[in-house]
Design a protein around this ligand. Structure first.
Ligand code: KIV
Ligand code: ZN
Length: 386
């Protein structure tokens, strides 16, 4: 099995579908440029039959994006597939992603179709898409709540009809890592023609398990991950790309796969998205949050000064974060205070440390964060808050 993990970015489709994250055509183009530079393999640029603006955005990205596969989403019906085929036409490398719901609840309540009708519609959709594009992906929406034997039948039929990628969405974020791992293993064992297709994960984050479930899928043999920057997406979002990429990189021995992502561009890309959707990145967000490489407790700061790997499992520069930060606050100790003063150019004598720390703790108790100017003033004998 290949060790190349395909990163299928759906920030501009599933991500953009989340409340407050919609982007206009120019913003989508700007973000697509960033994603290309980041090194994603596939950009799902939108759902062309949803609106003229979405069609235009996918078309414009297909015209401009180089070195990436541009994909559009379509239901298994002629109008969606034709619109998608037309939108992606200018791309040097393109894909049509067709989907139909697979679970009993979706079949009965939404589609009002039997299992046989769903298979028939899926096969027709994949064939139509294949007539317009050599690269077709098929998704069984709500796969994790569908009967496994039905998924085997549906995916086998989709591959026979020409799908190159079969995607196993956890549409409502319901599965767990062990269950998803078993499902992917079963599909690898039982789907006919699976050796000619790539298995893909598409996990939502309703129970906070999207990244863990995606990684479990990789352990079971999935070689494409569908994800979004910052994990934006429907409801609680999709699997966060930066977390997946850094997990497989940091734990390379465990996962045995690699991506094409230029990791030092991750932080800049996350900030570009944040400014385009006008939503701040949560401070405690893994990898790209302001606190991801910030240390406040005295014990941790002491360790960090001795050796960064005591409390950091990744290097901030590998993600494009300017550097680790030792935040001076009420939990900081003498090691961090002395270290900061020495960075500010002061040679602190041992005899000065004790009285300085008494004044420092007094100030830190009243302030959330002690800034460099506060510390300098304290050291020079002036308490700025007196
Ligand atoms: O969550 C989902 O099932 C989807 C499909 C359209 C792939 O987004
Ligand atoms: Zn989705």
């Amino acid at each position: 099995m290949t060790d190349r993990l395909i990163i299928f970015d759906t920030t501009l489709r599933d991500g953009e579908q989340s409340p407050g994250c919609s982007l206009n055509r120019m913003q989508k183009l700007r973000m697509a440029e960033t994603l290309v530079q980041l090194g994603v393999d596939v950009i799902e640029a939108g759902y062309p039959n949803a609106s003229q603006d979405d069609f235009d955005a996918v078309h414009a990205i297909a015209q401009l994006a180089q070195g990436v596969t541009v994909c559009g989403l379509a239901r298994c019906n002629e109008a969606d597939i034709e619109a998608t085929a037309a939108a992606i036409l200018p791309a040097a490398s393109s894909r049509i992603h067709v989907f139909i719901a697979a679970s009993p609840i979706h079949r009965e309540m939404k589609l009002k179709m039997s299992r046989a009708e769903v298979v028939e519609r899926a096969v027709k959709g994949v064939r139509q898409a294949r007539a317009r594009c050599a690269d077709v992906e098929f998704s069984a929406e709500d796969a994790t709540r569908a009967e496994p034997d039905f998924l085997v039948e549906l995916f086998s039929a989709a591959i026979a009809a020409g799908a190159r990628t079969i995607n196993v969405p956890d549409t409502v974020g319901f599965t767990t890592p062990s269950e998803y791992r078993e499902l992917i293993r079963l599909l690898r064992r039982e789907v006919r023609g699976i050796e000619h297709a790539v298995i893909s994960t598409h996990c939502h984050n309703d129970l906070g398990l999207a990244v863990a479930n995606s990684l479990a899928g990789v352990e079971a043999g999935a070689r494409q991950i569908e994800c979004t920057l910052g994990g934006i997406g429907e409801r609680a979002g999709n699997a966060a790309m930066e977390e997946i990429v850094m997990a497989v990189r940091t734990r390379a021995d465990q996962f045995g796969v690699h991506t094409r992502i230029v990791t030092p561009k991750i932080y800049g890309a996350a900030r570009t998205l944040s400014s385009l959707i006008a939503q701040p990145i949560a401070r405690n967000k893994p990898i790209v949050g302001q606190n991801a490489f910030a240390h406040e407790s005295g014990i941790h700061q002491h360790g960090m000064i001795a050796d960064r790997s005591t409390y950091e499992i990744m290097k901030p520069e590998d993600i494009g974060v300017p550097g680790s930060q030792l935040i001076l606050g009420k939990h900081s100790g003498r090691a961090a205070v002395k270290d900061r003063l020495s960075q500010l150019g002061y040679d602190v004598h041992e005899a000065e440390v004790e009285p300085l720390m008494v004044r420092y703790k007094h100030l830190a108790d009243r302030k959330k964060e002690v800034f460099d100017a506060d510390l300098e003033a304290l050291y020079l004998g002036v308490d700025p808050n007196d």
